[in-house]
Design a protein around this ligand. Structure first.
Ligand SMILES: *[C@@H]1O[C@H](CO)[C@@H](O)[C@H](O)[C@H]1NC(C)=O
Ligand SMILES: *[C@@H]1O[C@H](CO)[C@@H](O)[C@H](O)[C@H]1NC(C)=O
Ligand SMILES: *[C@@H]1O[C@H](CO)[C@@H](O)[C@H](O)[C@H]1NC(C)=O
Ligand SMILES: *[C@@H]1O[C@H](CO)[C@@H](O)[C@H](O)[C@H]1NC(C)=O
Length: 502
């Protein structure tokens, strides 16, 4: 290969000419790069084709026109700290040591060698520079609050650096040349600040701090994302059905990121609650619903429940309490509300009215006692969804009359043909389909009557699903009520009530 042979030939030629006293000087490839503050050896080697005659030798290092170091019988160093090595000069090594190089050392150097009568020189360029390091801080920001994201550029030389902020490849800040400060290590550092008022939607954006510097071939980028925090807000509610069943409900909204823990507590004890899947709002925040269904009417007249929320945007958990007051509990006493009495002017008319009323009342009471003694009534199943989407449906079934203590209500999933027994409280918190929770309770009314209530809680099914509630007294006819709920996929909340009797 001719190309491979050429350097060999050249060397032979050089050696051959060397024997005739020719001088060859070589320096490393330009540019030579050095970090400020470092000790640098600038290489320069020469050959004279034989032994070096120190009497005939002169070596000069110049930076531009300025003399840096010289050997001419003796060594001299106009540049403080520079060094040549006498022992090395004897063997053709004219390398120059520059301790602690600084910006003033940068430039074009000439290494000149005179070995009388020959004279030869070579040039090399020294660049004193250090590429910047880039880091970004302050990326954890609160939605809606003026925030500073800082790009720190450090360890660079020379002083000038250009910073540009990008969001999804669009320029959102700069380009600017931030004020640079010289550190004790002879290197510069600078910071650039991007001010913004973040919204949750910016959490998905790809940001970068782009830095241009002479020591870099291409600009470097520090990529980052904003960790936007938005704290949750709570709306607490108690829900009481006319049947006296109580539920506590909370709407947790406006939070980001989606990581959240919602607990219900009573006297510091965590209660088994049910939670919907979070839904994403148009502004990017999340909303979820959580609820606790009381196991039957609350016997205590005043109980305080606390809803506790833990979220990355909160330094301490957020708690809100709600008191279950006496007024929330429907009294089992179902005496109808009295109409305001008319104020009669005529006492006789008043008396007759009064008498007539008593007679009517007596008859009515007689009828009522007779009817109620024999009649057992089962109301239609009522259904309501505790919260939308991925939610929970509560079905309530009730029967009233002269019941025995052994009488009971049975729930059945008609599609599966399966009896739904009482589930464990809390089972629903995992929100698995096919899971359910049944609570049944009994209230004594007047005249020996009783009310039997049962609540079936299921995860709102995806598709239409039918349930039945059966009352099967030992001696009397069975009564059954049935309801079909449309399911989430069908859309729309399940409608109240339904039909099919006996
Ligand atoms: C030239 O001299 C310097 C200083 O002593 C030394 O560090 C370097 O290795 C020498 N170069 C060669 C090629 O020997
Ligand atoms: C954000 O940076 C500006 C200067 O760019 C400064 O005046 C302001 O105090 C900083 N704000 C915060 C919250 O650090
Ligand atoms: C951000 O970058 C990731 C991959 O690096 C990409 O999947 C995503 O779509 C980007 N986001 C935007 C808003 O461009
Ligand atoms: C938030 O949730 C995501 C995914 O579910 C998880 O990777 C991340 O570690 C969570 N962050 C915190 C602070 O819990």
């Amino acid at each position: 290969m001719p190309l491979a042979v050429a350097p060999g030939l050249l060397l032979l030629l050089l050696l051959a000419s060397g024997t005739r006293g020719a001088l060859v000087v070589s320096v490393p490839a330009s540019p030579v790069r050095a970090q400020p503050g470092s000790d640098l050896l600038l290489g320069c080697h020469f050959s004279v084709g034989g032994a070096v005659d120190m009497q005939a030798l002169v070596v000069q290092w110049k930076l531009g026109d300025r003399l840096v170091a010289e050997f001419d019988e003796v060594l001299s160093y106009p540049r403080a700290g520079a060094r040549l090595f006498l022992d090395e000069l004897r063997v053709g090594n004219a390398s120059l040591l520059l301790p602690r190089v600084g910006g003033a050392d940068a430039g074009l150097y000439t290494c000149s060698v005179i070995h009388s009568p020959s004279r030869e020189s070579q040039q090399l360029e020294l660049r004193v520079e250090a590429p910047p390091r880039v880091s970004v801080s302050g990326t954890v920001v609160r939605a809606g609050e003026l925030s500073n994201v800082t790009c720190s550029v450090s360890h660079f030389y020379p002083k000038s650096v250009i910073v540009t902020w990008l969001r999804d490849k669009q320029v959102v800040g700069g380009p600017e040349t931030p004020h640079a400060q010289l550190g004790p290590d002879g290197l510069y550092s600078a910071t650039s600040i991007l001010q913004l008022v973040p919204s949750i939607s910016l959490a998905d954006a790809n940001y970068s701090c782009q830095v241009q510097h002479v020591a870099l071939g291409a600009p470097i980028q520090e990529l980052f994302r904003l960790s936007v925090l938005s704290p949750p807000s709570l709306t607490l509610q108690t829900v009481v059905t006319p049947e006296g069943l109580g539920a506590l409900h909370v709407r947790v909204s406006g939070y980001y990121p989606p990581n959240i823990t919602v607990d219900w507590l009573r006297d510091g004890e965590i209660l088994p609650s049910m939670e919907s899947l979070p839904t994403r709002e148009p502004d990017g925040s999340f909303t979820l619903h959580s609820g606790y269904i009381l196991d039957g009417p609350e016997p205590d007249t005043r109980v305080t429940f606390t809803c506790r929320v833990q979220h990355p945007a909160l330094s301490t958990p957020l708690g809100q309490s709600i008191t279950w007051k006496e007024t929330n509990v429907i009294s089992p006493d179902r005496t109808p509300k009295k109409e305001p009495e008319p104020s009669p002017h005529n006492p006789l008319v008043w008396k007759s009215l009064c008498l007539a009323t008593w007679v009517l009342l007596g008859v009515a009471l007689g009828c009522f006692v007779y009817w109620s003694y024999h009649h057992i009534s089962m109301s239609p199943i009522r259904a309501w969804e505790c919260w939308p989407k991925g939610g929970v449906t509560v079905l309530l079934c009730g029967v009233e009359g002269r019941l025995r203590d052994t009488d009971s209500l049975t729930w059945r999933n008609l599609r599966l043909g399966k009896v739904l027994g009482p589930g464990q409280p809390g089972e629903l918190s995992a929100l698995k389909p096919e899971q359910h929770h049944v609570v049944t309770w009994r209230r004594r009314l007047r005249l020996g009557r009783q009310q039997l209530m049962s609540v079936l809680t299921v995860q709102t099914p995806c598709d239409e699903e039918s349930f039945s509630c059966t009352f099967r007294p030992s001696t009397r006819d069975m009564q059954q009520r049935q309801i079909t709920i449309p399911g989430v996929a069908a859309g729309g909340p399940p409608l109240d009530g339904d039909t099919s009797v006996f």
